[in-house]
Write a protein of this length. Structure first.
Length: 276
């Protein structure tokens, strides 16, 4: 997506982000701009801070005691690290899919409607006194829930495989189907950004290919950030790639350029497998 000058639109702007777990300095002065409706891949050796960085974007690290974080993460210009931001609200806008598929021990249908039932659906209502329109949240109807289920499962390319067994346990699905169900579940409350933390590491190559196709398709509607160990995966799906090393963002740019003509020696060493 481009603005009128033809530039990409920034969705998330990270400025001088530093993070410590106790005394361990895990992210060091990370500044990066993530663009709307693109796929951004985060790569780097084990322990370099990829997942920690990703988890900053929807404040999942808040759950870890003795975490200290400094800097800014602007989502559409608003600092998500500010004290007045409710992380639960933030996670409605910034959804997350984890390494291992983690459906709830419920039916396929109940997995999808779980969050919309809690958060409700939005409705535009006119205040009769002021005649002004305002958005209210209310309990969804059964019809609305059915529609959400079909829409999300279609969007996650799972509908045809499960439409006749929506009331069966999510645990009866294969690993790849469970992961697509988790993606559908994330979409049920209409996030703008979806974070993926190594979503294919527990899947076989066929299930992985389906998730990769889905990721590319999701880019039409969502801003996607994916942590991956698999460099080929980053090369296949990502518009831009960021290379992290020991908590530093070493290099960031269009994926093709980063893979074919990296600017930094460290990036080249990592990409060519010359890093110990
Ligand atoms: N909850 C925690 N408490 C203390 N240290 C942690 C915690 N989580 C991660 N770390 C440390 O922070 C550093 C970065 O970890 P992180 O999981 O972000 O790396 P990563 O690049 O995603 O690694 P991998 O590719 O192996 O998943 C590591 O040294 C890790 O040991």
């Amino acid at each position: 997506m481009k603005n009128t000058s033809g530039d990409q639109i920034s969705k998330i702007e990270v400025k001088d982000l530093n993070l410590w777990f106790d005394t361990k300095h895990v992210l060091k002065d990370v500044s990066i701009e993530i663009y709307e409706k693109e796929i951004t891949a985060i790569i780097g050796p084990s322990g370099c801070g990829k997942s920690t960085f990703l988890r900053c974007l929807n404040r999942m690290n808040d759950l870890i005691p003795s975490t200290k974080i400094e800097g800014e993460i602007l989502l559409d210009g608003k600092n998500v690290l500010a004290n007045d931001i409710d992380p639960v609200d933030l996670r409605k806008d910034v959804g997350m899919v984890f390494q291992k598929p983690n459906p709830f021990p419920k039916s396929i249908y109940e997995n999808i409607v779980f969050a919309p039932k809690i958060h409700g659906v939005e409705e535009v209502k006119k205040d009769p006194r002021t005649n002004k329109e305002k958005i209210v949240r209310r309990k969804p109807t059964k019809d609305e829930l059915d529609q959400i289920v079909e829409k999300c499962l279609r969007r996650a390319a799972l509908w045809d495989e499960v439409k006749d067994r929506l009331n069966k346990s999510a645990y009866d699905l294969s690993g790849g189907q469970q992961q697509r169900l988790c993606i559908a579940r994330t979409m049920s409350i209409e996030p703008e950004v979806i974070l993926f933390d190594e979503p294919c590491s527990a899947l076989d190559p066929i299930a992985t290919a389906k998730i990769e196709d889905l990721l590319v398709d999701l880019r039409k509607d969502y801003t996607v950030v994916i942590v991956t160990h698999n460099m080929q995966q980053a090369a296949r799906v990502a518009d831009r790639t960021a290379f992290f090393y020991m908590g530093d963002l070493v290099e960031y740019g269009p994926t093709k350029k980063l893979f074919e003509k990296p600017e930094k020696e460290l990036t080249e060493q990592y990409l060519t497998g010359r890093m110990g």
